[in-house]
Ligand binder design. Structure first.
Ligand SMILES: NC(=O)c1ccc[n+]([C@@H]2O[C@H](COP(=O)([O-])OP(=O)(O)OC[C@H]3O[C@@H](n4cnc5c(N)ncnc54)[C@H](O)[C@@H]3O)[C@@H](O)[C@H]2O)c1
Length: 309
């Protein structure tokens, strides 16, 4: 029987991952661990496994799990609100939580797949490649750079152990409403348009993002557990899609014709373009995203229309 642990499993990506693992391996024993600082139990509707309410950075992992082993640990737990600027809290909870999990997994060399972020690239523009130097622009991004450093260090000292980091880009999809202001731009635009308002974007809406559908993120996260080696991979759609294009796609999906409401950008600098180079994930993990931004948004809007209260 397969055994999986998903930290942060009550959150957006973690709950999609948990429910996908349950679908794919109906006999698996799945444990979700979360402290609900941003997650919501409603995301786990239909979950048949075990739940541990705990903070990854304070948990005594050996005491909690004893000699239980897992086939894979998926580590999604993290403070995800990038506007939390308490540097000790962000670094303690994100980095020490990761370190404790790694120390637990080290004993049995349990494969680990963890959530890194495109935020490690900082406010650069253009196509982002895994080997470019990190440039964290906030403390959240700094913690993700540290996760990558730790992962490389543990992996180099333990060559037969597989630790895979995925740098998620701008993820959107079902089960993200609990994130409120931190939910994706796609969700924010949909919410405005659904209530009949013109969608607000900074002038002139031509900023581009690599919006990646959560179903593709889950597919790569599950696939990464079978990686033949440790590594860090981008996880995006591989396409840069402008806010204007996103609005057009939501209009098509909703059957509306709402014009963008262009507002002044209050920031000195606003990232003009993010785009994941997906070459390494394709060549080394065999991953090709299934959803284009257009088809992902159409699928998501269908879900929102039939599931939103
Ligand atoms: N959504 C995105 O676009 C995106 C982009 C890049 C990286 N990521 C990363 O993906 C992962 C999942 O993010 P998400 O979008 O699902 O956000 P989310 O906030 O919905 O999920 C994070 C989950 O982790 C839990 N958590 C946080 N700190 C914890 C701790 N110390 N102990 C136990 N549980 C804890 C929260 O309660 C929540 O359920 C995170 O690591 C995040 O940094 C997400």
């Amino acid at each position: 029987m397969r055994k999986f642990l998903v930290t942060g499993g009550a959150g957006f990506i973690g709950s999609n991952l948990t429910l996908a693992l349950q679908d794919r391996y109906p006999d698996a024993r799945i444990v979700v661990l979360d402290d609900f600082r941003s997650g919501d139990f409603r995301n786990l509707r239909g979950f048949r496994g075990d739940f541990v309410a705990a903070d990854v950075s304070r948990l005594d992992w050996n005491r909690q799990f004893g000699d239980r082993s897992f086939d894979t640990i998926y580590h999604e737990a993290s403070i995800t609100d990038t506007t939390v600027h308490d540097q000790f809290l962000q670094t303690h909870d994100n980095i020490e939580g990761f370190r404790r999990m790694l120390e637990f997994a080290l004993v049995t060399h349990t494969p680990v797949v963890y959530a890194s972020s495109a935020a490690t690239y900082g406010i650069c523009s253009g196509v982002q490649q895994e080997d470019q130097p990190p440039a964290p622009a906030n403390v959240y991004a700094f913690t993700k750079v540290q996760l990558d450093n730790l992962a490389r260090d543990y992996a180099s000292r333990n060559p037969s152990w597989h630790i895979v980091g995925l740098r998620y880009f701008n993820v959107y999809g079902p089960n993200e409403a609990h994130k409120k202001a931190a939910a994706s731009m796609i969700y924010q635009l949909y919410s405005q348009m659904k209530s009949g308002r013109r969608p607000k974007v900074f002038k002139m809406g031509e900023q581009k993002r690599d919006f990646v559908y959560v179903k593709d993120v889950v597919a790569l996260t599950i696939q990464a557990a079978n990686s033949p080696k440790s590594g860090i991979y981008n996880c995006g759609s591989g396409r840069a899609f402008s806010f204007n294009e996103a609005i057009a796609a939501i209009n098509r999906a909703l059957g509306t014709q709402l014009e963008p409401d262009y507002i002044e950008n209050p920031y000195d600098f606003y990232q003009p373009h993010t785009e994941a180079d997906m070459g390494r994930a394709r060549v080394e993990l065999g991953h090709v995203p299934e959803f284009s931004p257009e088809s992902g948004i159409a699928d998501y809007v269908r879900w929102l229309e039939s599931n939103r209260a």
